[in-house]
Design a protein around this ligand. Sequence first.
Ligand SMILES: [Zn+2]
Length: 248
Amino acid sequence: MLSPLTTGISVGLGATAGLGLVAGGYAYAALWPASQLFGPMLLAPARPGELALTFDDGPNPAWTPRLLEILARREVRATFFLVGSRAQAEPALVRQIVAAGHLIGNHSWSHRNLALAPASRIQEELSRASQTLEQIAQIAGEPIRFFRPPFGARRPETLRAAIRLGMIPVLWNAMTSDWKNPSADAIAQRLMRKIDRLYRLGQAANIVLHDGSHSDPAADRAPSIAAAAQLIARYQPTHQFVTLDAWS
Ligand SMILES: [Zn+2]
């Protein structure tokens, strides 16, 4: 378990810094060894050709079912980082995601920016989300194992809380601002450039898209869903789609 994590951190952070994938406020963090400041985090291992599609901010009754249809048709499994409060509002949809063979992870209870929250609030945000997801999904004896911090805010206390709850903090190494609603083609093309570059660097790709929105439940996620379909069409013949549990 430590080996892919360690690989992901050392090579992944180097790659993200070099590729400029770490945005603005986080750039300073990439200059520091992750193990010292933040503890273990999963980006992606040195397994070129493996792709993890991850979807954040759902479940979303408008868009998640359409995404599930596409994934089912192409027989691709993905990882969904669910917001606990949204999961509580859409339990049937959470069960549908799990029943289809996808992996679910914790994306906090309310999608609050935990970088600014007191430690007690962080603990509550994470544990409430995990308990809710485990209760709804009724995955027998299987706790939620992966946590992605909202906004990627990697405060040490947030990561410590996740680890205390038995979860592995997960970031990403392939993202574009799909939430700003550019076209599906633009999202897919930007991600393909990143995925192809990671492949050349000998890295798997941990890809973020959004099937929900933390700020606007009515947000149009059609471009993100269509971009996911394009990625699957492009890479399914040559690459392998995995869920994050394949890496730890
Ligand atoms: Zn999010």
